[in-house]
Each structure stands twice: as C-alpha cells, then as structure tokens.
Design a protein around this ligand. Structure first.
Ligand code: ADP
Ligand code: ZN
Length: 339
C-alpha cells in the first residue's frame, strides 16, 4: 500500500490513495481503534466491519448536532476508549465531521483518521481538518480545525453510492476546476457523470487530483486567511440556499456557482458563464433557480465569512482562476436583488 504524507502546520496526514478497506488493519490495530459510521454504510458493507469496534449513527445531516456528539461520547466511555484509542470515521461528510470533532474533544484530543465513502468526502470533506456540527439552521457553527492522522481511499466503496450523492461530489470537483485547474475543467467538459462512473481509472485519477488540489490549498493557508477562501466558491449563496430549501449541498453549491459566475460577469467581465453552466448540467446539477432574495440576504448577513460590512465573495477571472473580492453588504444586496 503506497503512503503519501502531507505536512500541515501542527500535524501531518498519511494518505493511501489506491487502497482497500481491508488494509485498514495495517494502519491501526483493531484493539485500539473504534470506527464511527452510519446505518446506511453499515447495512451496505456489514461484512467489512467484522472484527472492529463500531459505533453506528443514524444517517443524515440532521444528526450532525450536539445530541449525537453526546451519544458518541457516552458510547466511547462504555467501550473504554482512552488516550491511545484512534477514532476512524467511515462515511460521508457528516460522519467525518462528527468523528473529527469528537476526537478533538474526547479526553482533550485523541488521534483519528478517515475512510471517506462518498465522492464528496473523498475530494473535499475529509480533507483540511475542518470538523464540527450544525446548530439550528447554521451549518458548521461549532467546530475546530485539526488534521486527521490518515486518509484511506477505497474507490470501490462508491459502487453503492446513490446517483444524487455522485452529483454532490461533482459539484466540489467542478468547483476545484473553476478556481484552480483549467486543464481539469476540460476533462470534465469532455466527459459526463455516467462516463466517469464507468471509467474506474479516470475516476481514481480524478479523486486523487482533487484531493491533492485541496490538500495543497489547505497547506498554503490552513486557517483560511487567504487562498483557502477560494474553496468557498459557490458556497456563500449556496449555504444560504441550503438552509432554506430542501437541497443537497452539491445542488445548492451548483446554483451558488452559477450566480457567482453571473456576478463575475458583471464585476470582472468574466466570459465563460455558459461553459460553467453546461458542465454543471453534464453532472446532473441545477443551475439557474429562482429563490427568495430577501430571505437569502437575511442568512448571508449571518455568514461566518462576513467581515464587518463586507462579504468576501469568491468570483472567477477566468476558468481556473478564482479570486476573493470583498463586496460591501449594501452592494451585494443590490446585486442579488437584480439577479
Ligand atoms: P456527504 O456529506 O459526504 O455528502 P453524508 O454523510 O451526508 O455525505 O452521506 C450522504 C448519504 O449517503 C448518507 O445517507 C449516507 O448514509 C450515504 N452513504 C455514504 N456513503 C455511502 C456509500 N458508499 N454507499 C451508499 N450510501 C452511502
Ligand atoms: Zn461544499
């Protein structure tokens, strides 16, 4: 199993890109590890968990809350977890967020690693150390930045992933292409969701390319003072929409990227909105959608990324080159009401 180690400011992460779940035993001893997963993953891959201490949570973002953290901590105490225990989150973004957060606070911090099981977690959520929970309508309102000790990738886990979850992951892949990787944007243009699902080699390559792109951005700016902000492309409006409408994260971000392209056109003379929209459609994602502008503005005003009277909006100069533009709230209100 090939290991690639990436250094962050206070920790490093070992990545095993072309691995299989059964090789987890080679990284951590089963006696000193506890897996946290959700019911869907456990049901679809039950035999893989044999021999592992496992805590199975209800599936879904609505369970990414303090009550679940309390319950996990209670179960860790019952399983005699101590400072030598490693927590392993096997799942999508919800599971990796909860696992990383609990690992940070249990006994003031124990080690943890992830086996991401969704495309989104593989290319985005499991990377970068941001872990936490939601509070009411506010996503990721409470949490920490702390890097995992390892990431193990088993692409075959995606065989059971529903199509909607695939699109969710592609939203982040398209995001990466838009802000940083014009060559990858071309690859995405030349393919579509079904083609990539069927092409195992291309899929593995894309996952590794995106994981490394995100790792590099995080290495350059772990605590989000500059470059890491680019990863919020599509997310400012996206998060506001996700809070109000029953949308998948990827769908909300996709609509967010569409309008961020339109705003880029208005403010930076960006000329490739149609290309962005076309690629989003090729991966089953929504683009232009109507929404309640007043409600969205109310949520935007609460955004974590707000700095005093400005919102740091991520725009595109061209495909492959994202920039951060501070926009005064009053201006943004006008721009959004005219979309
Ligand atoms: P993300 O934040 O990465 O989109 P979630 O943790 O919200 O992921 O998981 C999305 C849904 O997909 C959940 O219902 C989860 O149980 C399910 N899921 C995750 N991985 C798999 C998989 N490999 N096969 C089938 N379902 C999965
Ligand atoms: Zn996202």
């Amino acid at each position: 199993m090939k290991k690639q180690t990436f250094k962050f400011s206070t920790a490093s992460t070992d990545c095993y890109f072309d691995a299989a779940f059964k090789q987890l035993k080679e990284i951590v001893s089963q006696q000193h590890a506890i897996i946290i997963t959700d019911q869907n993953i456990f049901d679809k891959h039950t035999s893989k968990f044999k021999g592992w201490n496992t805590i199975v949570l209800n599936a879904g973002e609505e369970f990414k809350v303090q009550a679940t953290v309390d319950s996990v901590i209670q179960q860790l105490i019952e399983l005699n977890a101590d400072r030598k225990t490693t927590l392993i989150g096997v799942g999508g973004g919800v599971i990796t967020d909860i696992t990383g957060y609990v690992a940070a606070i249990y006994m003031r911090g124990i080690s943890f690693g992830f086996v991401p099981t969704t495309l989104l977690a593989m290319v985005d959520a499991s990377i970068g150390g941001k872990n936490g929970i939601d509070v009411g309508v506010y996503k990721n309102m409470v949490g920490i930045i702390r890097q995992p000790n390892f990431l193990l990738y088993d692409v075959s886990l995606l065989k059971t992933l529903p199509d909607a979850e695939w699109s969710n992951g592609f939203a982040e892949i398209i995001k990466h292409a838009c802000i940083k990787d014009a060559a990858m944007f071309k690859i995405l243009e030349q393919n579509n969701l079904q083609k990539i699902q069927r092409n195992k080699k291309l899929l593995s390559q894309l996952i590794e390319r995106n994981a490394k792109l995100k790792i590099k951005v995080v290495q350059n700016d772990e605590f989000e003072k500059g470059e890491r902000r680019l990863l919020n492309y599509g997310h400012t409006l996206g998060h506001a929409l996700e809070n109000q409408y029953e949308l998948f994260h990827g769908q909300a971000v996709s609509i967010g990227m569409t309008y961020a392209s339109v705003i880029s056109q208005q403010l930076l003379k960006f000329k490739q909105t149609d290309a962005v929209v076309k690629v989003l459609e090729q991966y089953g994602l929504p683009t232009y959608a109507s929404f309640d502008k007043n409600k969205v503005m109310t949520v935007l005003k609460m955004d974590k990324k707000r700095e005093r009277k400005d919102i740091n909006y991520i725009l595109l100069e061209k495909i492959g080159k994202g920039i951060v533009l501070p926009i005064p709230l009053t201006d943004l209100e006008n721009i959004i009401s005219n979309l």
